[in-house]
Design a protein around this ligand. Structure first.
Ligand SMILES: [Zn+2]
Length: 470
């Protein structure tokens, strides 16, 4: 069965085939580094990570670019307000972004171009020059260069709106605007006082690029004129991606992107995330509240990308429980497989990958994982799972985790828990069961659950309800 994805451009599920067999050129719009990314941003980045990992699971080589927007309306506003130079203002947010990617186990892209790098600024200027030469762009009386949307008949196809509705002669200088205000958009913004010392020389005088041309230049500059997949959040569809298509295709004369994929928005506890509503969270906020990156990843990944995600603390608790089940099952499998090296066939394991082939149907993929857990737990209860079957299942789990990245944290039993474990082992050796139980409760209070097996004490993280503090 081929891999199939929903294409925002055609509004249809299509069979996936990259231009060059075996290689996927993937562009994913990255963060604007004017503050810490919030969990709504990370929903998109985790979805893109799932996409990349599944394509690799299916044998594709993925060449992926994620840009860093380090000059635009927002970053300039931020650096001016803080009184810093632009690069000094954005540097800590760039660093924080990469740390957050690691926390969420998001695989690194092959390229992280920054808009302010000289090579990219040059390419933006050269693309704008080409657009002016071809009559798709013009310098207006305010000194800025605008894209003439009437010159591109396909304008509006991605967002599915009608060019007939346009009011002629309207121009927008802002990077972001509503559909009602659609008009010729800025490719190059002439310097004004609000820009402070941010600016580059160009054939049209000192100024700076618009946000949209940045992505067109970095995407085509690194991946070439024709991409296989371009992703983003649904709020990128208009005007950002609409503008990217117009600029790129008018410049190169080639079809810019074969497949457009967008993930739906995220709400928190049923409402739009907003600082004023008190439901605005960065990843750091959640980590400070005691949630692990692995748990947040599970909560973000477990709803299909084309469905709105209602992010709740109940959902995070459910993620914690699901991961604990997965860990307990893995530990049981290891015990069952102990010493066995041969593997034996086990039916039905392909359901996981097939679910993801179907437009990344993660709900069905996770259902397949937990159905396998249920079935094999029953068989381990009755000691009827063969060690060689357990070997097969463990190998399968490695494949599953190459896509989902839900393996336990390599870290790190805290030293306090280690001490308690040693004391408890001593207590049990001297048959002091009362002390053993007390120590078990102390370990639980630290967020860990200890079980006694024939191989000694086994430790797992405790469900949130059982732990007093984490
Ligand atoms: Zn972009």
């Amino acid at each position: 069965m081929p891999i199939r994805f929903f294409n925002t451009l055609t509004r249809q599920i299509e069979d996936f085939s990259p231009r060059e067999p075996g290689v996927v050129r993937l562009y994913t719009c990255g963060p604007t580094v004017y503050n810490f990314a919030h969990i709504g941003n990370f929903r998109a980045y985790v979805f893109e990570d799932l996409l990349q990992r599944h394509l690799e699971f299916r044998g594709y080589r993925v060449d992926r670019v994620m840009n860093l927007t380090d000059v635009d309306d927002k970053t300039i506003r931020g650096c001016r307000a803080s009184g810093q130079a632009l690069a000094d203002f954005t540097a800590p947010y760039k660093q924080a972004f990469f740390a957050d990617l690691d926390t969420l186990r998001i695989k690194r892209a092959n390229h992280y171009p920054e808009a302010t790098e000289a090579v990219h600024i040059e390419r933006m200027i050269s693309m704008i020059s080409t657009l002016v030469e071809k009559g798709h762009a013009y310098r207006a009386e305010d000194g800025s260069v605008y894209f003439r949307i009437r010159s591109f008949p396909d304008y509006g196809h991605l967002a599915h709106f009608n060019l007939e509705d346009l009011r002629d002669g309207v121009r927008v200088r802002n990077d972001e605007y509503e559909k009602e205000n659609v008009g010729d958009f800025a490719l190059w913004k002439a310097w004004d006082e609000a820009d402070g010392d941010v600016g580059w020389e160009s054939p049209w005088g000192r100024g700076r690029p618009g946000w949209h041309i940045e992505c067109s230049a970095m995407a085509t500059g690194i991946l070439g004129p024709e991409l296989d997949i371009h992703c983003g959040g649904e709020d990128n569809i208009f005007p950002h991606h609409e503008a990217e298509i117009a600029q790129s295709e008018c410049c190169t004369g080639k079809k810019f992107v074969r497949l457009w994929m967008h993930c739906r928005h995220l709400q928190v506890e049923g409402s739009k995330m907003a600082k004023s509503a008190g439901n605005f969270f960065t990843l750091r906020d959640l980590v400070d509240k005691g949630w692990s990156g692995r748990e947040v990843r599970y909560a973000l990944i477990s709803v299909k990308y084309r469905e709105p995600l209602n992010f709740t603390f109940e959902g995070l608790s459910a993620a914690r429980s699901a991961l604990q089940r997965l860990d307990e099952w893995t530990a049981r499998l290891r015990d069952t497989a102990a010493g066995e090296t041969a593997s034996a066939p086990f039916a039905g394991l392909e359901a996981f990958g097939e679910a993801l082939d179907d437009d990344l149907n993660i709900s069905a993929a996770l259902a397949a994982v937990f159905e396998t857990i249920r079935e094999t737990n029953r068989r381990m209860d009755s000691a009827s799972l063969q060690p060689a079957e357990a070997v097969t299942l463990l190998k399968w789990l490695e494949g599953v985790n190459s896509v989902l990245a839900l393996e336990p944290d390599a870290e790190s039993i805290p030293a306090a828990v280690e001490d308690l474990l040693v004391r408890r082992a001593e207590a049990r050796a001297s048959k002091d069961w009362k002390l053993s139980d007390t120590l078990r409760d102390e370990i639980l209070a630290l967020g860990w659950m200890v079980k006694d097996t024939k191989d000694g004490q086994k430790l797992t993280t405790a469900p949130q309800s059982a732990a007093v503090t984490r």
